[in-house]
Design a protein around this ligand. Structure first.
Ligand code: ADP
Ligand code: MG
Length: 676
């Protein structure tokens, strides 16, 4: 049978019912899905070395000849083992296999095997524990793809099924013309995809990856241009200062604006007075006071007779903004509504109706507020908090499809990004920077400590919590032997040992495997003070505000980028109490010292950029948002190349194939939407 992209996996040779179910658990339903299921990494098993050359403990390939009779036995817990000596010209190694009694028969003296494992030296001999072996032949595949798997699926099985899906790979068509492929020496898509699954060499693999990354970034850049282009072509509602009383709104605040806030407010409101849709990003360090700027813009829109919507990345943040805005708008007669996934159906209906009729003037929520079924009578402003690309693109895309006026768009970001970088990643969005903190902030006291101070740290933590404070602990991701990380496991095993050390403290966990609602429930209970300690991976990085939390403990701080650490630190120091950030590391470097010395996010970002390149600006969270499959948000040269090419192509006009790829990109944003 000839398979097609939409052929259900059950009809692909090698997939039985049980395997089909396991593949479905990975989200793979069709032959097309399977083809798009890429290896997470590769083992270059063809690059063999001599035993004596292998760096201690490194995973690698050696070719060994069995030189003793195998010995079998039983260890503790009923584990059986087979031991055998095997050698190459540089030495002899003892190989130990567990629970594979059948190997005894094939480990015949004189036979050669390609052995994959970690070589450890032990006196004059070598040891390789639990290696993988294949009878040696010249035709063994040189590169082994390793797939991200679930329980019960082996890499071997996936590789076998993949062979049966291979004809489909060749049929994939490239959105790039032959001319462009020739100009940039790129592989056709089908060939590149085939290579990712069946690589023959490092060079070929690199070329395939590069070709797919190129394609992906080019489409991304074309989409960026499309968004900006469509915004410029559209007409926005023109607002005026007349009779808005916007000055009075700022007058009602319990504080006066900083100079930087005042300047940014002027820039934002100025944009809104023009008939071109605003496309502006406000960058301000954590705690710099971005929310009142958003509030001011919202009030300005409403007083001009338009509706406004504010979109937050999570329900918990939407809740927080809703509370803050309700308080800020109390005296000026605006009542913001809250619309999220957990809003009751009845409430949803009421709010949607109000939005359609124009009686609801301000709404705060998650992506729920820009779903297609939400109609606005006269939307004038959309604000997106902490989620750059996604919000703007999504919004502009929807605006492009809608008729009438295009709302102004404002993005709030706590990540300071140098202009050069934001240009390539976000297109030529205007940027306003709040480069000043409100007066009277107590800087968070920051310290690096080693493992030897852990007992003292726990004592300190207990004291803080006895005083009624709360704490965050960011725990590192632990890798298993396959190099996989599982943040659920990491967090849960950390919690266990933490509870042993400090049994009186109430700890809760947060990790990326949780559903949005579960996460929000945990955050809410922490916010209410029902837990003392929140143990988490970096998911708390985004704008969470629990003023009573005064301690941030970061384990293995050396694993994080400076900007990311700064964001994490920004979760404390939000109330009137003195706050602390303690980084645990055995490698207190000059790099981490910068954080102890300064709390200026821009200075930190600058230092980070200098040291490590743009990587840290797109730490875990942001690169998650980027959702590139093949490309890296860090590959600045390629980003720049594709940006220039996108400009040229846009001018000449997109081919139908590229048009299709760009729409596919936008619809992929739509489908991401559903899961949020
Ligand atoms: P972020 O930029 O991280 O979103 P927020 O808008 O949440 O910061 O502001 C942090 C805190 O600072 C809030 O409690 C806010 O009320 C307060 N704040 C904002 N601007 C000022 C100001 N000009 N003077 C004093 N406090 C301010
Ligand atoms: Mg904020």
């Amino acid at each position: 049978m000839n398979i097609k992209a939409d052929t259900p996996l059950r009809f692909v040779k090698g997939v039985g019912e049980a395997t089909g179910n396991k593949l479905a658990a990975l989200g793979l339903l069709t032959a097309g899905d399977l083809v798009g299921f890429f290896p997470r990494r590769y083992e270059f098993r063809g690059e063999t070395r001599l035993l004596a050359e292998v760096p201690y403990g490194e995973l690698c390939s050696v070719v060994l000849t069995v030189c003793s009779a195998p010995k079998t036995g039983r260890g503790g817990k009923g584990v059986s083992y087979v031991k055998v000596n095997a050698c190459d010209e540089s030495g002899t190694a003892t190989l130990t296999f567990f629970n594979q009694p059948w190997l005894e028969k094939s480990l015949v003296s004189g036979r050669r095997f390609r052995v994959w494992g970690r070589v450890r030296q032990n006196g004059y001999t070598f040891e390789i524990t639990a290696p993988e072996i294949e009878p040696y032949s010249e035709s063994l595949p040189p590169v082994l793809p390793v797939y991200p798997l679930t329980k019960g699926l082996t890499g071997q099985l996936i590789r076998r099924i993949m062979v049966n899906a291979a004809p489909l790979m060749r049929e994939l068509t490239s959105p790039l013309s032959d001319d462009i492929r020739a100009e940039y020496s790129l592989m056709p898509r089908g060939e590149a995809v085939h290579t990712l699954h069946f690589p023959e060499s490092r060079e070929e693999l690199e070329k395939a990856k590069h070709s797919l990354a190129f394609e992906e970034l080019l489409v991304f850049q074309l989409a960026l241009r499309r968004v900006r282009g469509s915004l410029v072509r559209h007409v926005a509602p023109v607002m005026t200062f007349k009779d808005t009383g916007i000055g009075r709104f700022f007058g009602t605040l319990p504080f006066s604006l900083t100079g930087a806030q005042e300047r940014v407010v002027k820039e934002v409101l100025g944009d809104m007075c023009r008939n071109v849709p605003m496309c502006r990003m406000v960058q301000g360090d954590v705690g710099s006071g971005k929310t009142v700027i958003a509030a001011g813009a919202m009030a300005f829109a409403v007083k001009n007779g338009f509706q406004c919507a504010m979109m937050a990345p999570t329900e918990i943040l939407a809740n927080q903004h809703h509370q803050t805005l309700t308080a800020l708008f109390k005296d000026i007669g605006i009542t913001p509504e809250l619309l999220t996934g957990s809003t009751s159906a009845k409430e949803k209906r009421r709010i949607k109706q109000g939005l359609a009729e124009g009686t609801v003037t301000a709404v705060v929520g998650t992506n729920a507020i820009i779903q297609k079924d939400v109609q606005y009578a006269s939307l004038g402003l959309v604000i997106t908090d902490e989620q750059h690309r996604f919000g703007v693109m999504q919004r502009a895309y929807l605006a492009d499809k809608a008729e009438g006026l295009t709302p102004h768009s404002l993005v709030m970001s706590a990540t300071p990004i140098p202009r050069s970088l934001s240009l390539v990643m976000y297109g030529d969005m205007d940027v306003s920077v709040i480069d000043e903190l409100p007066p009277g902030r107590q800087p968070v006291q920051t310290k690096c400590i080693g493992e030897d101070k852990r007992a003292a740290l726990y004592g300190f933590l207990e004291k803080q919590i006895k005083r009624g404070r709360q704490a965050y602990i960011i725990c590192p991701l632990v890798e298993d032997s396959e190099g996989r990380t599982d943040d659920k496991k990491s967090v849960e095993s950390y919690k266990k040992s933490f509870e042993k050390a400090l049994p009186d403290l109430r700890a809760v966990c947060l990790h990326g495997r949780m559903k949005g609602k579960e996460k929000d429930a945990v955050m809410q209970s922490f916010e209410k003070g029902e837990a003392d300690v929140l143990i988490s991976t970096t998911v708390v990085e985004v704008g969470v505000n629990v003023p009573n939390a005064t301690v941030m403990i970061i384990e293995n701080a050396e694993c994080f980028g400076l900007s990311q650490l700064h964001q994490l630190r920004g979760r404390v120091g939000r109330g009137s109490e003195k706050s602390f950030c303690i980084m645990i590391t055995e490698k207190a470097t000059e790099r981490l010292e910068i954080l102890c010395r300064t709390t200026d996010g821009f200075e930190i970002a600058g230092a980070d950029l200098q040291r490590r390149g743009p990587g840290d600006f797109f730490g875990q969270r942001q690169s998650g948002d980027m959702r590139f499959v093949h490309a890296s948000a860090l590959d600045m040269p390629l980003i720049e190349t594709t940006r220039l090419l996108a400009a040229r192509i846009s001018e000449e006009g997109l081919s139908p194939a590229l048009e299709e790829a760009v729409s596919a990109f936008f619809s992929s944003l739509d489908s991401e939407n559903i899961f949020n």
